[in-house]
Design a protein around this ligand. Structure first.
Ligand SMILES: [Zn+2]
Length: 467
């Protein structure tokens, strides 16, 4: 069989690997490539293969860097099934439509400028309507339920503990009388994340394609991170301030809401209103509630024991769908917690909340995820004294707190443990979904542990493997 590394090769974006087995084409992931505008446009529009010749597709989880180019794949002729867990299919449909909306509004913005400069208008990568066409191809499969996407390949999706519905893809392959196992990690989660079950580690495999996003960074224990959350929120409420949290709408928002709800219930924090101000987060929370099969035992027990039947506390929140409701929060002076997208404070409603609260020393801006260079979130995390929001300069007088331990990705120690599980049996490990520094650091750890050096394929690399 052949593997073509067609995305997330030596980088973390645009996940896509093409397998050719028994003459059939099986695509793992169809992620959105995010980078500079022109490069993104070209990479996402031009597949290195003919989409109409792909026989089946397996999606590990709903994050846009894994699912976001599905609308283009369908637009260019893909008509096969998309296998994923029911929660992944559900979340992906919603996120793709949201992504279509973002593409359309981005283009609108660029085209206004183009018209002014006498340049021709550009087309969105895909529209909301095109994104909605993907839904009909989803073929949901439960965790651990075997299926045969192409002849000779028996597949199961196992819990990856990364986001709701996320999985590793285990493929038992028979080709020309030879048998082998190929394990694709998807994005590897962490132990003890709120809501989700812990990731399942490989028992054995002949070949392993694994992510290495944090190959160079060990993570702090999630328990410590949630304790920091309690402290930051506690001291802000004590001085009568608001806590403003930029957070990704899917995953991080629900985890924080659940954690806060538990802290209120156990009287670790005074009860204050929590506003989730992001239409996408509201819809995502509904999808979380519809998939209790993905929750860990602790969460299931918590739901059972909750007298108020608030389903993870989501029901007790105030969700704001409309812009008017969102704006009304600006006039409120009482202590509260506002969680809003985007997670890196680049766009979206979070900008209004930051603008209105950043100059009050009672308030706290709480950064809970990695912030890309040059984003407003990064400037805040770097403790810049003055920042620009909507073109105006603001003094940062609010407290800025950062909590680093809440990542949904495995840190270096756990990645090492994951790979070590297949020591002695594995013929080759391929590191994907990571920058070179991360892959190098993880490779060194594996060499120290007596393993062979993993391969770190470049974009468009192609390998032949056999049983
Ligand atoms: Zn992910």
């Amino acid at each position: 069989m052949r593997i073509n590394f067609d995305g997330a090769a030596q980088t973390v974006t645009g996940s896509q690997h093409l397998l050719n087995i028994n003459g059939y084409n099986l695509l793992l992931e169809c992620g959105f490539f995010q980078g500079k505008r022109q490069e993104s446009y070209e990479r996402n529009c031009n597949f290195p293969f003919d989409p109409s010749r792909i026989d089946a597709l397996i999606l590990s989880h709903a994050h846009i860097d894994h699912s976001g180019n599905l609308p283009n794949l369908v637009k260019q002729g893909y008509r096969g099934p998309i296998y994923a867990t029911p929660a992944t299919a559900h979340l992906a449909n919603m996120m793709l439509i949201d992504s279509g909306h973002i593409q359309e509004s981005d283009v609108e913005f660029v085209n206004k400028r183009n018209v002014k400069n006498g340049e021709p208008p550009i087309e969105p990568l895909y529209t909301q309507v095109e994104a909605a066409l993907v839904a009909q191809y989803f073929s949901p499969v439960n965790y651990d339920q075997p299926f045969e996407p192409i002849p000779g390949v028996n597949v199961r999706i196992l819990d990856a503990g990364h986001i709701l519905g996320s999985g590793a893809v285990v493929m038992d392959i028979e080709e020309k009388g030879h048998k082998m196992r190929l394990w694709f990690s998807g994005d590897i989660g962490r132990r003890k994340l709120p809501l989700l079950r812990d990731p399942i580690l490989p028992d054995w495999t002949d070949y392993l394609i694994m992510e290495c996003t944090y190959g160079d960074k060990p993570h702090q224990d999630p328990d410590l991170a949630y304790d920091e959350l309690r402290q930051v929120v506690g001291r802000t409420l004590k001085r009568g301030g608001k806590v403003i949290i930029p957070a990704f709408a899917v995953g991080r928002t629900q985890e924080i809401v659940y954690a806060l709800h538990q802290m209120f219930e156990s009287h670790l924090l005074p009860i204050v209103p929590v506003y989730v101000d992001s239409p996408l987060a509201v819809n995502a929370s509904d999808i979380f509630k519809m998939h209790p099969e993905c929750f860990d035992d602790q969460t299931k027990a918590f739901i059972q024991a909750d007298k108020h039947h608030t389903a993870l506390g989501f029901d007790r929140l105030v969700y704001t769908r409309s812009v008017e409701e969102s704006k009304a929060l600006n006039d409120r002076k009482d202590p509260m917690i506002i969680i809003s997208a985007s997670g890196m404070a680049e766009t979206g409603r979070i900008l209004h909340h930051l603008r209105n609260n950043i100059e009050n020393p009672k308030n706290t801006i709480l950064i809970v995820s990695w912030q890309a260079p040059y984003t407003l979130g990064r400037r805040l995390a770097d403790r810049e004294k003055k920042v620009r929001i909507f073109g105006e300069e603001y003094e940062v007088k609010a407290e800025v707190a950062t909590i680093g331990g809440l990542s949904a990705h495995a840190g270096q120690d756990f990645l090492r443990e994951y790979a070590l599980r297949v020591k002695g049996r594995v013929k080759q490990i391929y590191l994907v979904h990571g920058e070179p520094t991360a892959a190098l650091a993880l490779s060194e750890k594996l060499l120290e542990a007596g393993m062979e050096k993993p391969s770190f394929p470049e974009l468009r690399d192609c390998v032949e493997i056999s049983g």
